[in-house]
Design a protein around this ligand. Structure first.
Ligand code: GAP
Length: 513
């Protein structure tokens, strides 16, 4: 099965089992907008708890807020989003399809990497065991030629984006002979800038109404509340403010399911530091955030950093944490050193002094900011992609399983009476009522026990508990572990503690401190 087929299967699985549905599906959906179903919302909430608690509970100098989505329109002038939150778009005149110019070029660059990989595969076949990939990459003429062209185009693109040179962006597309994937033609329009913010009107009378924006990032709600939180919380620098909330972007190219959406959720933390210390904190937060990802156990090699060549208008350093999705390594989280840009601009635009008096140095200054910014939906897709498996069993059957880390699983335990008679259902229901105070529990009595196990595997339930005739005699039940499919008997009186220990977030948090 190719990675593309695997990804299609995952999307279908998410719908079939109530994780994620297209928005307004009965009206044929709305492009790049999705709804979370009964299991998706539980998974997403668990991811949010993992992030929120790791920020606000494990760090005694980080507190949370929940700011409004609507903000004063001047916020977005001050932040630079009205002027500079643009993507370069280009249309193909034949297919009438619209693309992001930089994405077309990035796709071309990715194709060069694929070409190099193909050369390696061919050479490996030719040379057999004596093949040395590293040496081949450094010495083969054809590979060096492709790599040089790729690097040159990459640099031209970064320079053009930094200089906002739309003519050069178009020229790169022409020079690389990039064709429209739909029409196959090179009949391109000029490249234009397109602002990604959604706007609407606030106020009842159209003439007197103000244009307000749906926030494109949650961060600004934190910046405008910097003084409120610092003063009321008596916070001392360095300290952080965390927030989870919706953000909106009118993305030109929305694709890859919930990877790039027009309405999405962010988990952002702005960490306020002394000027001059931002690089030290940026490096520290890179490490901290990478540990948070790796603690989930999806394999360290599936994560990497990607430093930005083109910096956002507010940053002096930026990196992405990338995950190895079925469609390649892509950004899950950004870690940005935002300097004093945002607080400085809000000071300027609001006319209010936004400074911190540092009791240790006796100086007042506009703090510098290091931010960590991760998309909830993208993280959900990361967890789903990593967890989805199709396994071939010894008896020849295939089982589909979502191997979620137990603390993130939507349902923690399923209680299953072996048969629908002899009082087993009543005992099972009693168990459900006991466990439901601590865990999300499902009761299922329909179909054979094997089929019920498969249903729970498919939604990622880490434990199934079966009540059978022996339960009536000695008060024990069978507990079955999802990944190993191992079963063992435990006494009902111990069950709650056993499950609690295995599904607790504590085991993740202990890896972080
Ligand atoms: N405050 C900084 C900021 O918003 P960003 O790199 O534009 O930085 C941060 O976004 C994270 O938000 C990304 O790493 C991604 O996880 C998520 N994100 C951004 N745009 C998104 C979209 N259209 N759909 C889903 N998630 C998105």
């Amino acid at each position: 099965m190719t990675q593309e087929e695997l990804f299609k299967k995952l999307i279908a699985h998410c719908k079939e089992y109530g994780f994620i549905f297209p928005s307004s599906e009965i009206y044929d959906g709305l492009s790049a907008v999705y709804d979370y179903g009964q299991l998706g919302v539980e998974l997403k909430n668990n991811i949010k708890t993992y992030w929120w608690d790791s920020m606000t509970k494990l760090h005694d100098n980080i507190v949370g807020i929940d700011a409004a989505i609507f903000m004063h329109p001047k916020v977005w002038e001050a932040s630079g989003h009205v002027g500079a939150f643009n993507d370069p778009l280009i249309d193909n005149k034949d297919s009438k399809k619209r693309y992001r110019a930089d994405v077309l070029i990035e796709d071309w660059i990715a194709k060069q990497d694929e070409k190099i990989e193909k050369e390696c595969t061919k050479a490996a076949k030719r040379f057999g065991e004596s093949f040395n990939k590293e040496m081949f990459l450094q010495t083969n003429g054809r590979v060096l030629e492709i790599a040089a062209k790729r690097d040159e185009v990459n640099k031209r693109m970064a320079d053009a984006l930094n200089a906002n040179d739309l003519v050069e962006l178009r020229q790169i597309i022409i020079d690389c002979e990039i064709v429209c994937p739909i029409s196959g033609s090179r009949n391109w329009t000029e490249v234009r800038q397109f602002n990604l913010m959604f706007s609407t009107q606030m106020g009842s009378v159209a003439e007197g109404a103000n244009t307000v924006y749906l926030r494109p990032e949650t961060a600004q709600g934190i910046f405008v509340n910097f003084l409120n939180v610092q003063k009321t919380g008596r916070m001392k620098i360095p300290f952080g403010i965390a927030q989870i909330g919706k953000a909106f972007r009118n993305e030109i190219v929305a694709r890859q399911f919930i990877f790039r959406m027009r309405e999405f959720e962010q988990m952002e933390m702005q960490f306020f530091v002394r000027p001059g210390e931002e690089m030290m904190w940026w490096n520290k937060w890179k490490e901290t955030r990478m540990s948070w990802h790796r603690a989930l156990g999806f394999g360290d090699d599936n994560y990497r950093f990607h430093d930005h060549e083109k910096l956002a208008h507010y940053a002096n350093a930026a990196t992405d944490v990338e995950y190895n999705f079925p469609f390649g390594f892509k950004e899950v989280e950004g870690i940005h050193s935002r300097t004093d840009y945002d607080l400085g601009r809000h000071q300027q635009y609001s006319g209010k002094k936004i400074q911190y008096f540092d009791p240790e140095t006796g100086e007042s200054y506009v703090p510098y900011v290091v931010e960590t910014s991760i998309g909830v939906d993208r993280m959900t897709l990361q967890v789903l992609s990593a967890a989805y498996k199709e396994e071939q069993l010894e008896n020849g059957e295939t089982r589909t399983v979502l191997s979620f880390p137990a603390p993130l699983a939507p349902v923690k335990v399923a209680v299953l009476p072996l048969v629908k008679k002899d009082g087993l259902q009543e005992i099972a229901m009693d168990l459900v009522h006991k466990l439901k105070f601590s865990h999300n529990v499902q009761y299922d009595e329909k179909d054979s026990i094997g089929k019920r196990y498969r249903r729970q595997d498919a939604i990622g339930t880490p434990f199934c508990v079966t009540v059978d005739h022996q339960t009536k005699e000695d008060g024990t039940v069978t507990i079955r572990e999802r990944d190993t499919m191992k079963q063992w008997r435990v006494s009902i009186s111990e069950l709650e503690a056993i499950v609690a220990e295995k599904v607790s977030m504590r085991q993740l948090f202990e890896k972080l401190v």
